[in-house]
Design a protein around this ligand. Structure first.
Ligand SMILES: *Cc1c(COP(=O)(O)O)cnc(C)c1O
Length: 454
């Protein structure tokens, strides 16, 4: 029989998160205090995050131990399966071997609980009672709602307006796990009110929702804020995905030539690729790591490397990253989780140093890829995940053209069971590609008054 599914035992769940910073030839530049232009210290983050997470955020240690209780909760859905996409390979008639790591088996349906659980746990240890956050597609909000529920913490979610309106079931899932959900921009915060005054119909963006969640957390001593992507500690928590995948590829007797993951802020990309990228950096490995982003929010392929705020209102420290500018509001495409103006600091430095690659896809190509995947492999992918599938299919077609027997691994980072409205749009022939002109990008970047990086 031809193996399709490669499974690990609970005892194979990693004991440590692995920190790529230890292996990077050029370490990431420090975040800056916007008022002074000086690097921030840990105290700048203390109103928002527990001490242990701030330490992880600034850590250069290679290995960070996973707390036992967190590891125990991981067994609820981990280890996740690795699949060989034999039916997809057949449909593409490609000599390439295609593998995917499936993170949609988690309670929230994506990789996000891998970091939501430790984040909630560390906050609980510090006596925090309430956590605020933003959510785009609703995946992160669901994951944090689930995790907060486990530790009896109140969860307050600012959900980007377009998703709030188009995904009522994501909201209800969060409510079911006990969270409060508000459409963003909202009249509850100064940041939200300022935007609504200018544009009462604003579709919202992750940048705006982050400003609202930070503003609420900063106001009370027993509240903290949590972010589902971008920050170093979030990327770190996701490295259990790649560690498992390495073992599973070994069991399959193969090593990938190219690893692909969709890219919003970088967490699922980092999670799958970093443990392999460490092999490149430490042992001279040659695996290509490719980030797949939407053509309508192309910070990696068309943005600039510069200091910028992580949110729209300018409440975060300045981060050295690829960005389209913190005022950039992307078109309301269906992959809500990829509508973020910037990219994680670590991933940005790696791209700057050409140690990873990026590619942008229009959304129609992504949905075509997702539908072919659903019809062959059976799993309905999240619209974000379709971006990785689109890149994998391009790689497989290139292999077919050249007859090369390459090994492709991609991250199927979530299922699309709550995203069927977007499939309805596609199947009804109504899905459109959004052309983003250079003029629009130039306008968003012209507003930036943040420090440049030579
Ligand atoms: C959140 C999310 C993304 C984008 O965020 P990353 O931090 O870049 O992973 C992509 N896919 C899914 C399914 C998500 O939930």
């Amino acid at each position: 029989m031809n193996t399709r599914k490669i499974l690990l035992a609970e005892s194979d769940i990693p004991t440590h998160w692995t920190n790529i910073v230890a292996d990077m030839p050029n370490k990431p530049l420090p975040p800056l205090n916007p008022a002074t232009g000086e690097p921030i210290g840990p105290e700048a983050l203390a109103p928002l995050f527990p001490r242990a997470l701030i330490e992880q955020e600034m850590s250069g240690e290679a290995l960070i131990e996973i707390p036992d209780e967190v590891r125990d909760i991981y067994t609820q859905w981990r280890p996740t399966p690795l699949f060989r996409a034999r039916s997809l390979e057949k449909a593409l008639d490609t000599p390439a071997h295609i593998y995917y790591k499936y993170e949609g088996v988690s309670p929230a349906g994506s990789h996000k609980p891998n970091t939501a659980v430790p984040q909630a746990w560390y906050n609980k240890q510090e006596g925090i009672k309430r956590i605020t956050t933003e959510t785009g597609a609703g995946q992160w909000g669901s994951a944090l709602s689930y995790a907060c529920g486990l530790f009896d913490l109140t969860c307050e979610v600012y959900m980007v307006r377009t998703s709030y309106d188009s995904k009522p079931y994501r909201k209800l899932l969060m409510n079911t796990w006990g969270a409060e959900v508000h459409p963003s921009p909202s009249p509850r915060t100064a940041a939200g009110r300022a935007i609504l005054e200018k544009d009462p119909d604003c579709p919202g963006s992750l940048g705006i929702a982050i400003s609202e969640a930070i503003e609420m957390a900063a106001q009370s001593d027993d509240a903290h804020y949590a972010l589902g992507s971008v920050l170093n500690h979030v990327l770190l928590h996701q490295t259990i995905v790649g560690q498992e995948a390495k073992k599973q590829m070994e069991m399959a007797g193969e090593y990938p030539d190219v690893i692909i993951a969709p890219f919003g802020g970088g967490s699922n990309f980092a999670g799958l690729t970093f443990p392999f990228l460490s092999d490149n950096l430490k042992r001279g490995g040659k695996v290509r790591c490719v980030a797949s982003e939407p053509a309508s929010c192309p910070k990696l392929t068309r943005g600039i490397f510069r200091y910028d705020y992580g949110d729209t209102a300018g409440m975060t420290p300045l981060l050295p990253m690829y960005t389209l500018g913190h005022n950039f509001v992307p078109a309301p495409i269906h992959a809500g989780g990829l509508r973020y103006h910037g990219a994680g600091v670590v991933v940005s430095q790696l791209l700057k140093d050409k140690l990873i690659e990026a590619i942008a896809h229009p959304q129609k190509e992504c949905f075509e890829a997702g539908i072919l995947f659903a019809r062959t492999e059976g799993i309905l992918p999240a619209p974000e995940a379709n971006h990785g599938i689109a890149t994998a299919i391009r790689e497989a077609k290139a292999a077919q053209a050249s007859g090369e027997k390459k090994v492709i691994l991609f991250n199927l980072c979530g299922h699309g069971h709550f995203d069927l409205t977007s499939y309805e749009t596609y199947l009804g022939g109504k899905l459109v590609d959004h052309e983003l002109t250079q003029g629009e990008i130039d306008t968003a970047l012209a507003d930036l008054d943040t420090p440049k990086i030579d």
